[in-house]
Design a protein around this ligand. Structure first.
Ligand SMILES: *Cc1c(COP(=O)(O)O)cnc(C)c1O
Length: 361
């Protein structure tokens, strides 16, 4: 007996990931912290970390201690960096494992200082230059540095900040770069290397810092540009796929899916075995979304259901049950679907559910 193949799967092109990493390095001339939080944006935390481990990156960016622990348990050598403030209950494990936190408050400093009494903890200083999600405000940096002088349990090995509008507001982002550069230059570098980092994907594509030596790309590594004009530089890593289970010949006036969207013509309606239960957004219903079947873009019909969607293949010369369909990938960008569904590529990628088997190439 052979095992049935999955109805919906995601092909992960690890060569494309390597290509995108090379582009990030070349374009910035800086070292890379690969941001692999949220299961590497749905691409598979451990598999992506394994593919990146031989690159000897200084850090892999994760969201919390749980993600860092999965890397540790998988034997990943690259050091996890915890993006964002830590919870008190996470800090003992972070300190014991040598993961790098970013210090966002005096309370965090005091706690890590205590935990580092016997063996000092390497940590970065987080600055809030506009994101409002954690870190010291410019006027608090002096106090933070004074506090650090009283913390022998902490070795400051870097400083970072984050960009809230690098793909939306160039004037603000330019002023933020200027502010961060001058703050970073005022901080004494007590270690070598000392990592200075600000740029996410949009930041590294469109801006130049005079202080940073490390970038923190996420989306760009997965081959999607937050700025469409740079899309040609990189290659999408994930292709979401499914198969036609049946083709129904339906007359004009017949309803399709929940809510009964009425057909305006006699229609060949192909059913695909994937739906919002796989992470294909229900918000794409009635939004002129398309699906790629046999190299042709076919309109989505009616509402997305939990396990199945219906696609108009009337104008396809060849289409039969079993044919492969691409929901997004190289020739149909997830960023375009995101726009149609009123979301963003980051959300669509991270919401692909565990039911979708990841297949690595
Ligand atoms: C998620 C995240 C990134 C990566 O952002 P992209 O836009 O995906 O490149 C970088 N830095 C921080 C602090 C983040 O939280």
């Amino acid at each position: 007996m052979t095992q049935s193949p999955p109805r919906a799967w995601a092909e992960i092109d690890l060569a494309a990931l390597q290509h995108n990493l090379r582009i990030a390095r070349e374009r910035s001339g800086q070292e890379v912290m690969a941001v692999i939080k949220a299961g590497a944006y749905g691409h598979g935390l451990v598999e992506v970390a394994k593919a990146l481990d031989p690159e000897k990156l200084p850090f892999l960016g994760v969201a919390n201690a749980g993600e860092a622990r999965r890397l540790y348990e998988a034997g990943i050598q690259t050091r996890p960096y915890i993006l964002g403030a830590t919870l008190p209950a996470e800090r003992e494990e972070i300190a014991a494992r040598g993961w790098t936190p970013c210090l966002c408050s005096l309370e965090e400093m005091e706690h890590f200082n205590r935990l580092g009494q016997n063996s000092p903890i390497s940590a970065h200083l987080a600055l809030d230059t506009g994101m409002g999600r954690g870190g010291f405000l410019p006027q608090q940096v002096g106090t933070a540095l004074e506090k650090l002088k009283t913390c022998p349990g902490i070795i400051l090995t870097g400083v970072g900040s984050h960009l809230p509008v690098a793909d939306e507001d160039p004037a603000f982002t330019r002023s933020q770069f200027e502010l961060f550069d001058s703050l970073a230059e005022s901080i004494p570098q007590q270690s070598s290397p000392f990592h200075i980092h600000l740029e996410n994907s949009a930041g590294l594509l469109d801006y130049q810092s005079r202080s940073t030596n490390l970038i923190r790309p996420g989306l760009l590594l997965y081959g999607i540009s937050p700025l469409p004009e740079h899309q040609a530089l990189i290659r999408p890593v994930m292709s979401l796929k499914s198969r036609v289970s049946v083709i129904n010949h339906l007359p004009a006036g017949h309803g399709v899916s929940y809510g009964r969207t009425l057909l305006t013509r006699d229609t060949k309606a192909a059913v695909l075995g994937l739906g919002y239960g796989d992470g294909y957004p229900r918000a794409l219903s009635e939004k002129n979304a398309q699906v790629l079947i046999n190299e042709t873009l076919c309109p989505l019909l009616g509402r997305v259901t939990m396990d199945q969607i219906i696609v108009d293949v009337t104008d396809l010369s060849h289409c039969q049950a079993g044919d492969e369909a691409t929901l997004f990938g190289k020739d149909l960008l997830v960023s375009e679907l995101a726009e149609k569904s009123g979301s963003i590529a980051w959300e669509l990628l991270t919401q692909i559910t565990p039911r979708v088997e990841r297949i690595y190439r």
